[in-house]
Design a protein around this ligand. Structure first.
Ligand code: TXA
Ligand code: MG
Length: 336
């Protein structure tokens, strides 16, 4: 199949909308990462997403809508108040898990009786939702297991020839996937950290649990609240090791090995290996924005058989960056 390249002008957005209405898969920009969208109420269309990604059938998709009102028919009657209570973060990089309505095909929810709802802020995503008038199921637009795409080139690297079209919306402002919060239990539970931080959620909701899988590997056979936690994620082909410590110790570790560094601005003066700087050590927004481009760029360069990644602090958006790097590194963490 030939993948159409579409821009964000209105005629192209209309073209993307008509492809989606016809049951095709279109990659779309959001403020977090690019998504692989299809009509969430059309099982055949949703099956094409799983095929294009090579995604396991039990890993459910996020459904994107314009507003809490548009989410109402997709969730169990009476629960929309839980969504509106989070209006401080909506629209934005937040996904909320709620009990689902029966009309949502079970292929979307991976057989679960819950549904992930996201109300994106990106103007192109919103224009497209407006134009199609349908809820859009969309996982990140990477091949299953690879780092998520944060620009059109990343999408084409993974999906060219596998989907009907890609809609260019420039570089994603956030760069890591949305925060995933489950509101199905008694206490809200953070399943995946993102740009809406744990600290911000606790300010609004009070107590918020952090799923164990956010910071540690799952034990064999352990039950998970979010199926995506089971799978290897965000991993380039090159082996990644995560290192925690100061700039000089990080550089000293790297300089004695055949490696490339995903580093902080402060590290560069000490490093004598190829490096990609993803922000200064306290700039978690920059680290999030550049993380996946850094992993992909180092991977493609082929300069060395190992990527040494300098770990951020686990506060604010740093928790999201750290969570992705832990998975990219298969939980291989070195304390310096
Ligand atoms: O920022 C994002 O969230 C992007 C953009 C495109 O919106 N999407 C994204 O989708 O990252 P995906 O499929 O790559 O990640 C969705 C995560 C997976 O870990 C999945 O298991 C989890 O959300 N998830 C989806 N539905 C769920 C449900 N009903 N219960 C628990 N976890 C769910
Ligand atoms: Mg993904």
């Amino acid at each position: 199949m030939q993948t159409l390249r579409l821009s964000n002008i209105s005629t192209d957005i209309r073209r993307a909308a008509s492809l989606l209405r016809a049951g095709e898969v279109v990659a779309i920009p959001t403020e977090t990462v690019y998504g692989l969208a299809a009509n969430a109420l059309d099982e055949v269309a949703v099956a094409k997403i799983f095929a294009a990604k090579g995604r396991p059938a039990d890993n459910p998709l996020i459904v994107h809508v314009l507003s809490p009102e548009d989410a109402t028919p997709l969730i169990r009657p009476g629960v929309v108040d839980k969504l509106t209570a989070l209006s401080a973060f909506i629209p934005g990089p937040l996904t909320v898990i709620l009990p689902k309505d029966n009309k949502v095909p079970s292929i979307v929810s991976g057989g679960l009786d819950t549904i992930a709802i996201r109300i994106p802020a990106h103007s192109v995503a919103r224009a497209l939702l407006h134009e199609t008038g349908i809820p859009l199921a969309a996982p990140s637009a990477n091949r299953s297991g690879s780092p998520s795409p944060t620009c059109m080139r990343h999408v084409l690297d993974d999906m060219d020839g596998r989907i009907a079209a890609v809609l260019d919306g420039g570089e994603c402002a956030v760069g890591v996937e949305s925060t995933v919060l489950s509101l199905c239990g008694e206490v809200p539970e953070l399943l995946r950290p993102g740009a809406v931080t744990l600290e911000q959620l606790r300010e609004v909701l009070g107590e918020v649990h952090v799923a164990q899988a956010v910071l540690s590997p799952l034990r064999e056979g352990q039950a998970v609240t979010s199926p995506g936690m089971k799978y290897k994620h965000y991993a380039p082909k090159t082996r990644v090791v995560l290192l925690r410590g100061g700039s000089e110790a990080f550089a000293a570790w790297c300089n004695t090995r055949d490696c490339m560094a995903l580093c902080f601005a402060e590290d560069a003066q000490y490093l004598r290996v190829p490096c990609f700087c993803y922000g200064s050590s306290g700039d978690y927004d920059s680290q999030a924005r550049l993380l996946f481009d850094g992993l992909r760029t180092l991977d493609e360069s082929g300069f060395a058989p190992l990527i040494a990644a300098h770990a951020p602090d686990v506060i604010g958006v740093g928790l999201a960056v750290y969570n992705r790097l832990l998975r990219a590194a298969g939980f291989e963490l070195v304390e310096l």
